[in-house]
Design a protein around this ligand. Sequence first.
Ligand code: AMP
Ligand code: ZN
Length: 137
Amino acid sequence: MATDPDCLFCKIVAGDLPSTRVYEDDRTVAFMDINPGTRGHLLVVPRAHARDLLAIEAGDLAAVAHTGQRLAALQLERLGADGVNLLNSCGSAAWQTVFHFHLHVIPRYADDPLRLPYTPAPGDEAEIAAAAAELAA
Ligand code: AMP
Ligand code: ZN
């Protein structure tokens, strides 16, 4: 399986860097974004390294989409979200900052103030962990 020793998300997939993981299967891993746009903001990545939408293998792309669908349903059921934004950025011009393909799964709440593009800011660690626990239970 493709890995890149210098890639942040490969290190997270391998468990060499910490993350708050809420789901994993043979092809994908989902963990909490440390700069959440809203409460419960997740990232879904393929285990295999691919830099972006154009490079990802089609089967991995389908698997990431399927995981995103499952987790969106959990955000509605367990976090009380009213909707979900799925977001992928491909290339610096499109705001991509981590070059291992990832799908943002961003729960939306009827009155939340999030507007895209947003400026990422560190989240409260305990609050991120609490949302993860509700999703992973
Ligand atoms: P993008 O700008 O679309 O490439 O998204 C990268 C995302 O990765 C941003 O939302 C960051 O907040 C998030 N991120 C960066 N480092 C980490 C990390 N160590 N753990 C979890 N999320 C991260
Ligand atoms: Zn990688």
